[in-house]
Design a protein around this ligand. Structure first.
Ligand SMILES: NC(=O)c1ccc[n+]([C@@H]2O[C@H](COP(=O)([O-])OP(=O)(O)OC[C@H]3O[C@@H](n4cnc5c(N)ncnc54)[C@H](OP(=O)(O)O)[C@@H]3O)[C@@H](O)[C@H]2O)c1
Length: 259
């Protein structure tokens, strides 16, 4: 496994969630030191015994400062599912990424961001642009990153273990949750995953043994581009609401000026 940047301490955002809890355990298995961002420390202590916990709320940037301090990497697996507010996706899925990136104070952690296989789709019911917008924030920040867009959690049979990584936003399918967690952590540790955005499902076959080779054929996102390498050009930044364009400017400036 190649790794240009030494990674030890990893902030896990969404650590108490379905994928987050698995990602914490995968990180430990790879010898990393996960730090779980949690809203409710007492509940999290039961869910993640023995894990370093840090209290914070994705909607409160000030509460995130101590969480990000000193980390070498960040894994985002948070989500607004279960939040009844009509604008929860903006506040959590998107706002959570913005708020974490806004408190880095010039640090340059490596980032793995989980979004969704439907991130760029407009033709599926309930499709929402907020995860795609959160990806744009990460690309604007200029940090070393990988963006993983998984398919349906656990909609894969026990013999469907061969990972399929695609770009362009056209595939659909399922994948075991623990394979999503494994891919996120591997992406931090494998430099052929750097600067890449891909959809992820599993099909009939064996799980991968060569992670460098798995990520290598993917096309890297263009330098300074806001969209993934093969994303459709159907969400022009110029047509986005002014507050979202302002967020991109703030994140780009904060993370490229050493602020
Ligand atoms: N289900 C699928 O098949 C599928 C497929 C592709 C993508 N996805 C996407 O994957 C994402 C994660 O899914 P999941 O099932 O793992 O999510 P989940 O189990 O609902 O977990 C969400 C996590 O986000 C945290 N969170 C929410 N609001 C927060 C806040 N204000 N501050 C701090 N943490 C906050 C939750 O913390 P608490 O424990 O404190 O609530 C929890 O740890 C979702 O956005 C979903 O859209 C799902």
């Amino acid at each position: 496994m190649d790794q240009q940047q030494k990674i030890t301490d990893v902030l896990m955002v969404g650590a108490t969630g379905t994928i987050g809890q698995l990602a914490v355990r995968v990180a430990q298995r790879h010898g990393l030191r996960p730090r779980a961002l949690v809203r409710d420390v007492r509940r999290a202590a039961r869910q993640l015994p023995g894990v370093d916990l840090v209290q914070g709320d994705l909607e409160d940037p000030a509460s995130l400062r101590s969480a990000v301090r000193g980390v070498d990497a960040i894994v985002f697996t948070h989500g607004s599912g279960g939040d009844p507010r009509p604008d929860a996706r903006e506040h959590i899925d998107y706002g959570g990424v913005r708020n974490v990136l806004s408190v880095l104070d010039g640090a340059r952690p490596r980032v793995a961001l989980m979004t969704s296989v439907y991130a760029t789709r407009t033709d599926v019911p309930n499709a929402s642009p907020w995860k795609r917008r959160s990806e744009r924030l990460l690309r604007a920040a200029g940090l070393p990153y990988t963006i993983v867009r998984p398919g349906w959690f656990d909609h894969a049979g026990p013999t469907q273990r061969r990972l399929v990584l695609e770009q362009g936003g056209t595939i659909d399918g399922g994948i075991a949750s623990e394979q999503i967690a494994e891919t996120l952590v591997r992406s931090l540790l494998t430099d052929t995953a750097l600067g890449k955005t891909f959809e992820l499902i599993a099909e009939e076959g064996n799980e991968p043994s060569d992670w460098t080779g798995l990520f290598a054929p993917l096309k890297a996102d263009a330098p300074h581009a806001l969209d993934g390498a093969l994303d459709p050009a159907d969400l022009p930044v110029e047509a986005e609401p002014a507050r979202l364009r302002a967020d991109l400017t703030v994140i780009r400036t904060a993370n490229t000026s050493g602020a």
